[in-house]
Design a binder for this molecule. Structure first.
Ligand SMILES: [Mn+2]
Length: 357
């Protein structure tokens, strides 16, 4: 690891006196410089603002209080929001997800105590704000999302971690992904399969994204795992269609009370070295954990199982991920967004290139 150098600390000059005054953990890790193999110039890595530099409930309201920039130039990974909820069928409000997730993320520190991941030691990460979607047109919003991801993120070789937004957004994200990576393997945590052909006659909605992904060859059906499916349905076809495509369907009741570490071993074996995308719908969690969502179903996975799933993706070629359907208005505690922030951080921790110390 390259030697650390004190320098600009998220819009504020950090002096050696600050470093001497503050306990080492207060600054998170000090801003780091690193060299990419074969490149001459060292780069200064962004660090989340520490809790002893600025009180946690205070500004800035960005993911993990990271710096912002308008696109992903120079970044290895980025956080990005999509404030869209006009694809929902029941309770709306996920347009407020990104802002609330950023708000709750102010409590996050840079180092992962459980897994020893230190993502900010080696990756350049920033919050690139929100995609300017069109609230009066879902199809146009999908076009805007695909273009944004292609031209402002993937063009720079950056791996996006997206704050939804309802689940419609995963379809245009994966359209952009296909152009770069081809069909991706998918780790999809959700109460619902989201493979309806149409809803109210419409092809684009939050219950249709993975049907469209199959139609357009955006996902590799034989490397697609749907975990946590449950609830009432119309017919067995709701999930059987997925099985016929080659998806691995893991209904919630089959994993109740179980550690998911063994299942994730199978997931890793199935995924191999090829690109994998993680799409996490908050309603995959039991509503006891994540009540702030638009389509709650009882009997879901626990927060601990969710951690096992994401941490179990370590070693895979994870090219991006999203956490969707957070609708803060149904959760006065803010816990749903706190989960979202933590799970997005955990996704960051399993990206390729993250050191463990
Ligand atoms: Mn969903």
């Amino acid at each position: 690891m390259a030697k650390a150098r004190l320098s600009s600390y998220h819009g504020r000059e950090t002096t050696s006196e600050d470093a001497a005054m503050a306990p080492k953990s207060a600054l998170g890790s000090a801003p780091k410089t690193t060299k990419k193999p074969g490149k001459k110039a060292a780069r200064t890595l962004n660090q989340p603002m520490g809790g002893n530099v600025m009180l946690r409930p205070a500004a800035p309201i960005t993911m993990m209080r990271l710096p912002t920039q308008p696109d992903a130039r120079g970044l290895d990974a980025c956080f990005v929001g999509i404030p869209l909820d006009w694809g929902t069928s029941n309770r709306s409000g996920a347009r407020f997800g990104p802002r609330q997730i950023r708000q709750e993320s102010s409590f996050l520190r840079p180092y992962n105590m459980a897994t020893r991941a230190a993502p900010f030691d080696a990756l350049q990460v920033a919050d690139i704000n929100d995609v300017p979607v069109n609230p009066y047109d879902l199809k146009d919003s999908c076009r805007i999302i695909e273009k944004f991801f292609s031209e402002k993120i993937l063009k720079y070789g950056c791996r996006p971690l997206t704050m939804g937004g309802d689940h419609t957004i995963t379809y245009p994200i994966l359209q952009a992904m296909k152009k770069v990576h081809g069909p991706v393997g998918l780790v999809h945590i959700d109460a619902h399969a989201d493979v309806n052909d149409t809803m109210f006659g419409e092809k684009i909605a939050h219950g249709t994204p993975f049907r469209r992904c199959v139609d357009e060859g955006l996902i590799d059906c034989h490397r697609t795992w749907q975990i946590g499916l449950r609830g009432t349905g119309y017919t067995a076809e709701d999930f059987d269609w997925c099985r016929r495509q080659g998806f691995r369907v893991v209904p919630a009741h089959e994993i109740w009370w179980k550690s998911l570490v063994p299942m994730m071993r199978k997931v890793r074996k199935a995924m191999g070295k090829r690109p994998v995308y993680i799409s996490f719908d908050v309603d995959g969690l039991d509503p006891a954990y994540g009540p702030g969502n638009g389509s709650p179903e009882i009997g879901g996975i626990s927060s601990m199982q969710a951690l096992e799933i994401i941490r179990g993706c370590k070693g895979l070629n994870v090219v991006g991920g999203d956490f969707v359907e957070v609708a803060p208005a149904y959760d006065v505690s803010g816990n749903t967004s706190l989960y979202a922030a933590n799970f997005l951080y955990e996704m960051l921790c399993v990206l390729p290139g993250v050191p463990y110390r």
